[in-house]
Design a binder for this molecule. Structure first.
Ligand code: PMP
Length: 461
């Protein structure tokens, strides 16, 4: 077989890809018929594909490339670490400098007394760890009946058996015998789609109080934890009404349950603070981290634990761990990423400069005839597409169709914007400049216009 490189014709790369590579969250045969887009290089917020297109990546990969592509410092950190100590584990009473240094840095950055990290290779793995930690925590405290975990419909917490069970995605539960037992779901705070005649404030309170009702229904003595994303990401960048989180926090404080904030997307500057919990005023006992921790340059995640949770778990042997828990190269790269985020004041830039600039432009998209609400927190944002703004109506055609049409228009315009059903979502690299934001918005308008035109032609609008 000839060497497979960037120089091979696209069609040949696509053929080999279709023959041997199975893609996540993909209809395999559908993709094979069409051929996958081949990405060859990237720098800043820009991707290049094998056909020479230059694409604005308004998703930062999968919400993860916070410092942007092409930072040589991270490559150098990886190379240094690979030469010095490419791998060692932290089992069996051993440690190494990158794991120590990153843990200490995370303790400095994390809010409250979240001073302890249990490393994983991804967000999913970290959430699997969390299931075991919260159950073990209560068992150690002499309350082994506290095993149930409350989550939310349309939440995303990963793809492992544990992560997908914690998540509230019906399509995922339908495959492979999920969810695992003892996970329960309350409704999501999605006012646009589910708020009916209620005001956002009243709806936010109603949805928060479902947590209290669920705790009482299951029995406080049986509930270990509540898990939630500060802003639901994969569910469609759902921003809860202002009344929601204070009420959830009140309930978490009132009852003897642990609160897990899944910061896999919201962490490391995405919301304009280091963690979404800070932006939204949450005081979690455990935080799930991944993605922006290394800006996606290395696979790494973890669970940040409060002093109290860590103390209880440390009382006995914890029979859990991954070969790549605290991988030295991943830790070294993450540390370098955190240095850049900090020294270049990237989080502050999101809060004070580019974030407000994007907000102004993004919210103006609500003037487009297709757009109902335009929501944004820091550098994650969504648009609800609708045939009738005042009625907050959904399109009658099968869910997802209009979003999919719009997504395809964006791709054709060299803008990576994703869709979740009929919501369009972005989560650009945090280093995006004002000029690049202008390009993003211009391409978004154009794609919306073309989508509207498509709908007119099909008689759907
Ligand atoms: N939690 C949240 C909130 C996520 O958005 C994701 C990934 N999109 C995960 C967990 C799972 O992380 P990973 O894909 O790294 O396993």
């Amino acid at each position: 077989m000839p060497a497979i490189t960037n120089h091979m014709p696209t069609a040949e790369l696509q053929r080999l890809d279709a023959a041997h590579h199975m893609h996540p969250f993909t209809h395999g045969n559908g993709l094979s018929a069409k051929g996958a887009r081949v990405i060859t290089r990237a720098d800043g917020v820009w991707l290049n594909d094998s056909e020479g297109a230059r694409i604005l990546d308004a998703m930062a990969g999968l919400w993860c490339v916070n410092i942007g592509y092409g930072r040589h410092e991270l490559a150098e950190a990886a190379e240094r670490q690979m030469r010095e100590l490419p791998y060692y584990n932290t089992f069996f009473q051993t440690t190494h400098v990158p794991a120590i240094a990153l843990a200490a840095r995370l303790a400095e950055l994390a809010p409250g007394d979240l001073n302890h990290v249990f490393y994983a290779g991804s967000g999913s793995e970290a959430n699997d760890t969390n299931i075991r930690i919260v159950r073990q925590y209560w068992a150690e405290k002499g309350k082994p009946s506290k095993r149930k975990i409350i989550s939310r419909k349309n939440a995303y917490h990963g793809s492992t058996m544990g992560g997908a069970s914690l998540g509230g995605m019906a399509g995922m539960h339908a495959q492979g015998g999920l969810p695992i037992p003892d996970i329960h779901y309350i409704d999501q705070p999605n006012w646009w789609a589910e708020g009916g005649e209620m005001t956002p404030e009243a709806f936010g309170l109603e949805r928060a109080r479902q947590l209290e009702a669920m705790i009482n229904e299951l029995g406080e003595e049986n509930v270990a934890a509540f898990i939630a994303e500060p802003v639901q990401g994969a569910g469609g960048v759902i921003v809860a009404p202002d009344s929601y989180w204070p009420e959830v926090q009140r309930i978490c404080d009132k009852y003897e349950i642990l609160f897990i904030a899944d910061e896999v997307i919201c962490g490391f500057g995405r919301t304009g603070r280091w963690f979404g919990s800070e932006t939204l005023g949450l005081r979690p006992d455990i935080m799930t981290i991944a993605k922006g921790l290394s800006s996606g340059y290395q696979p790494i995640g973890g669970s940040l634990l409060s002093d109290e949770v860590a103390a209880v778990i440390s009382g006995h042997e914890f029979n859990h761990g991954y070969t790549y828990s605290g991988h030295p190269v991943a830790c070294a790269v993450a540390l370098e990423n955190l240095r850049i985020l900090d020294e270049e004041k990237i989080v502050e830039r999101v809060a004070e400069d580019t974030g407000p600039y994007l907000r102004e432009k993004w919210e103006a998209l609500a003037d487009h005839p297709l757009v109902g609400e335009a929501k944004i927190v820091g550098m994650m944002a969504s648009l609800a597409l609708t045939p009738d703004k005042s009625a907050r109506a959904a399109f009658a055609s099968s869910a997802g169709t209009v979003g999919f049409v719009c997504r395809d228009r964006c791709f054709a315009n060299n803008l990576i914007m994703r869709h979740v059903g009929d919501r369009m979502i972005i989560s650009p690299p945090l280093v995006i400049s004002r000029d690049e934001i202008d390009i993003l918005i211009e391409r978004a308008w154009k794609s919306l216009d073309q989508c509207l035109q498509d709908l007119h032609e099909k008689g759907l609008f």
